[in-house]
Structure formats: structure tokens, C-alpha cells
Design a binder for this molecule. Structure first.
Ligand code: BV8
Ligand code: ZN
Length: 248
């Protein structure tokens, strides 16, 4: 176990910091989490809709869900938790932000080294030819079923349950886990694998592991420090203390 003050002095000396985030860090931007009370959409759960089977069975319904989420995300702003992580990246020699989120808010708040394990909700990908189109700067196409020039159906460019994570992203995440001195797990229920296995891997490779989550998770008891608070103000406090130590 370590105290918050011990964490700050470790951070001030850290060579390499890795962070894993989940939907909880975007909760304070008004984006519903997956498994929280607001995690339902109509009578569906993410596990029912974020699957290749659901898309095969009813692509229109799945697109309706992704368009609904894209609209919320377009109207959302990064929150002080995102901003604090972008600031922390500038304060430590090596920093990697591994996210399960598909909302792109880390990049919008200025984080440079972001690994999107589960893809990005604004990318459309053709199921036939694989062509990708970034919809982030555009209004939603009216058509219920967007199609590629080749005639193939577009699908959201995210990783669904039962689908492999992008190999390049996963390898970069494993590399960060191998090298980091400190690993943060922030705003994730630590239920979805292989992302949920990263904090334990970091601990087994000798990193200090820190969790920030108002609720207990299956990994909380194995953390060196588990902070039962929300991300935004906790990260702001950690970065403020880190800057104070570095300035002294
Ligand atoms: C794969 C993208 C194999 C789409 C997502 C049994 C055991 C182990 C594994 C499995 C199993 N059965 C099935 C599996 C595999 C499965 C899995 O892990 N299932 C779970 C449910 C058991 N995994 C997969 O299918 C993965 N692929 O294994 O492939 C393979 C290999 C080779 C070849 C072929 C196949 C793919 C997983 C990716 C699925 N895609 N999303 C989209 O977004 O639409 S997952 C989805 O859940 C999101 O990405 C989300 O990020 C992710 C995890 O959820 P969280 O981010 O943690 O969000 P959650 O709501 O759960 O929790 C929020 C937390 O925040 C809470 O703890 C809350 O307390 C906290 N919080 C709230 N407010 C705040 C806060 N924290 C801080 N501050 C706050 N203010
Ligand atoms: Zn195509």
C-alpha cells in the first residue's frame, strides 16, 4: 500500500507513467457509462448491441444506437479529468494513455500519446473493402444505413464483443505495461478483457498500480492505492501536487 503523498513523490521521480481509462472518466462530460444506472439505452444493454451478431441481425438498430451516442459526444466537452491527464503527460518523461473509450475526448483535451484499444466511434468502416471515413467533423448522414462507394455497408469503427482488438494498439499497450513505473486504472469497472488485465500485468512487472473510481472493482484489492473518488477533481489534485513538488 502507498499513501497519496508517497504516490506524488513516486510520480515526481517516475521515468514512465501508463494510464488506462474507461467510460468513467467521460462521465463528468455528461457521457453515460456502460454499466452505470444510465448505462441502458431504451431496453438494451451495450452487450446486446456492441456485437457483430446484433449488426448482422439489425444494422439499422445498431446504427441508431451509435448515432445517438455520437450526438451526445459531439455536444460533450473534455472535463478537468481529461485535461489533468493531458497536463500529466507534459510533466513526466514518458507517458502513454491507453483508453477503452471510443469518444475521442482525450485527444480533444490535448493528450498526444493515446492508444484506442476499442477503436473510435466517429470512424465508419466498410464491411466489404475496409475503407475508413472519419465522421467527427461532419453532421450525421441522414441515411439509416450508410454505404461505401463500393456498395458495402459501413459499420462503426469500434471493437465489438467477440472481436479481436487492433493488434498494433494492443502491442503498444503491452509495451507500456512492461516499461512503466506507475500504472493508473481510471474510471473503468475492470470487467472487459483484455483491457481489464492490464493493471494486473503492470503490477506483476513491478509497477506501482493506482485506481481512481468512486466504486470498488474486482481489481481494487490488488492496487497499491485505490482512491474511492471521482476522476476529475482527484486528477486535478494529483497534478497540482506534482507541479508543486517539481517546482520545489
Ligand atoms: C475479445 C467498444 C477475443 C464498442 C467495447 C469471460 C471472461 C473473460 C472475457 C470474456 C468472457 N466472456 C467474453 C469475454 C470476452 C469479452 C469480455 O471481456 N466480456 C466481458 C463483458 C466479460 N471481451 C471481448 O469480447 C473483447 N474481445 O476478447 O476477443 C478474440 C481474440 C482473437 C480473435 C477473435 C476474438 C472485445 C472487448 C471490447 C468490446 N467493446 N466497446 C462501443 O463502445 O460501442 S467494451 C465497452 O466496455 C467499452 O469499450 C467500455 O470502455 C468497456 C469497459 O467498460 P468501462 O469503460 O469500464 O465502463 P463501465 O460502465 O463498465 O464502468 C465505468 C466505471 O467508471 C465504473 O466502475 C464507475 O464506478 C466508474 N465511474 C463512474 N463515474 C466516475 C467513475 N470513475 C471515475 N470518475 C467518475 N466520475
Ligand atoms: Zn467499401
Amino acid at each position: 500500500m502507498i499513501t497519496l503523498d508517497q504516490l506524488i513523490s513516486l510520480l515526481a521521480k517516475a521515468r514512465y507513467v501508463a494510464v488506462l481509462t474507461g467510460s468513467g472518466i467521460s462521465a463528468e462530460s455528461g457521457i453515460p457509462t456502460f454499466r452505470g444506472a444510465d448505462g441502458l439505452w431504451k431496453q438494451y444493454r451495450a452487450e446486446d448491441l456492441a456485437t457483430p451478431e446484433a449488426f448482422r441481425r439489425d444494422p439499422t438498430l445498431v446504427w441508431e444506437w451509435y448515432r445517438f451516442r455520437r450526438d451526445i459526444i459531439r455536444k460533450a466537452e473534455p472535463n478537468p479529468g481529461h485535461d489533468a491527464l493531458a497536463e500529466m503527460e507534459r510533466l513526466v518523461p514518458n507517458f502513454v494513455l491507453i483508453t477503452q473509450n471510443v469518444d475521442g475526448l482525450h485527444q480533444r483535451s490535448g493528450s498526444k500519446t493515446v492508444i484506442e484499444l476499442h477503436g473510435n466511434i466517429f470512424i465508419d468502416r466498410c464491411v466489404e473493402c475496409g475503407r475508413e471515413v472519419d465522421r467527427s467533423g461532419q453532421p450525421e448522414p441522414e441515411t439509416a444505413l450508410p454505404r461505401c462507394e463500393c456498395g458495402g455497408l459501413f459499420r462503426p469503427g469500434v471493437v465489438w464483443f467477440g472481436e479481436a482488438l487492433p493488434a498494433e494498439a494492443l502491442n503498444r499497450a503491452w509495451d507500456a505495461v512492461d516499461q512503466c513505473d506507475i500504472f493508473f486504472s481510471i474510471g473503468t469497472s475492470a470487467l472487459v478483457y483484455p483491457a481489464a488485465g492490464l493493471p494486473d500485468m503492470a503490477r506483476q512487472r513491478g509497477a506501482k498500480v493506482v485506481e481512481i473510481n468512486p466504486e470498488k472493482t474486482p481489481i481494487s484489492s490488488r492496487m497499491d492505492l485505490s482512491i474511492r473518488e471521482s476522476a476529475a477533481h482527484t486528477l486535478q489534485e494529483i497534478v497540482a501536487k506534482l507541479k508543486a513538488v517539481k517546482a520545489s
